[in-house]
Ligand binder design. Structure first.
Ligand code: FDA
Length: 310
């Protein structure tokens, strides 16, 4: 019930503008969004790199409604790629197709994504395309497929809560690209997504097993297992160990500010771990999805509210 309400609110930007008026909101948001501008985000990436950690960066934003906003967002990602390359950071961008203008025109989105992929390719950087709500699943995968025709550094995201994901994964394996597997964080009906968490977890485990098979890896699939679930982390490690899979051929991915207790163990086991650092002023949708994932985060938010309004 709380999750549903928070996900509903996540699509009401007016509520976000209201929350943004309070100083405590920004303090709380910082737990998950450590930078409001690129300089702040880059210093976090540098710190992570100093600690031997791989990273990803997201310039927050989604569902832009003007061509100018989509082009401006693509320009920011081009700057992000230059900063990553200039500072030689072990970092990759992770972006949303609706931030690149998909709601306006597919051709605009493709043009923006191609420019970012081309700039990133020169420095050997992979670009991950986040997966949004189910209204975008087909269109996002179509864009990934189209981009793959010219760019081998494109990487997709699949969501284990969707029934269709098993088939989507089979269709992506021959493309030989990076595929991030996450559970999924949008509100979806039971007609298309497992309503029970236990079923989502079981499907995640099955899909991860499929991704960690030699026949998939041998075709160039690069699995990014994005989860903070200790059981699924242990499961993937056990599968990879049992099959003798090279730890360089896949990675775990986590969000900044979540799952920190698992980091040391993952690295000690010799596995790659990438931490995704989101930044920017358009933090509202991302932040609300993080609150929805874990009711305890709402208490954390409310505790910060006590000192009062700025
Ligand atoms: P689960 O929700 O079961 O959580 C396992 C444990 O992790 C919890 O018990 C808790 O300890 C901790 N935890 C999880 N969420 C937390 C939170 N918000 N605050 C504090 N602790 C928390 N989704 C999507 O639909 N499209 C996408 O493109 C992406 N991209 C993406 C990239 C990366 C790198 C990650 C890690 C995740 C995503 N996601 C995503 C989000 C994903 O779908 C999912 O909602 C979250 O990762 C939470 O699911 P877990 O796998 O962590 O499991």
């Amino acid at each position: 019930m709380l999750r549903t309400s928070l996900l509903y609110l996540s699509q009401r930007p007016g509520f976000g503008r209201f929350l943004a008026r309070f100083q405590f909101t920004r303090r709380t948001v910082r737990r998950f969004v450590p930078g409001f501008d690129l300089d702040e985000a880059v210093s976090v990436l540098e710190r992570l790199s100093g600690e031997g950690q791989l990273s990803a960066i997201t310039y927050l934003g989604e569902n832009v409604s003007t061509e100018a906003d989509a082009r401006a967002a693509a320009k920011v990602y081009a700057d992000v790629v230059s900063r990553i390359a200039e500072k030689r950071l072990p970092c990759v961008p992770s972006l949303k197709v609706t931030h690149m203008g998909l709601d306006i025109a597919e051709s605009l989105c493709l043009e923006n994504c191609s420019a970012i992929l081309e700039a990133a390719r020169r420095d050997g950087i992979r670009v991950w395309f986040d997966m949004e709500g189910s209204a975008y699943t087909d269109r996002t995968l179509a864009i990934v497929r189209k981009l793959r025709e010219k760019h081998e550094n494109v990487a997709a995201v699949l969501q284990a809560y969707l029934y269709r994901t098993k088939d989507d994964l089979e269709s992506l394996i021959p493309l030989g690209i990076g595929v991030r597997l996450c559970k999924g964080c949008y509100k979806e009906p039971s007609s298309i997504a497992f309503p029970k968490k236990a079923d989502v977890d079981a499907n995640y485990a099955k899909l991860a097993e499929r991704m960690l098979r030699e026949d998939a890896l041998g075709r160039g699939l690069y699995p990014g297992l994005a989860t903070h679930d200790p059981n699924l982390v242990a499961h993937a490690q056990a599968v990879a160990r049992e099959r003798g899979i090279d730890p360089e051929k896949w990675e775990f991915q986590m969000l900044y500010g979540i799952g920190g207790g698992l980091h040391a163990g993952i690295r000690a086991a010799g596995n790659r771990l990438r931490v995704l650092v989101p930044y920017g002023e358009d933090w509202y949708g991302f932040f609300m999805r993080r609150l929805a994932e874990r009711p305890a985060n709402v208490m954390f938010f409310l505790k910060h509210a006590i000192p009062g309004r700025a």
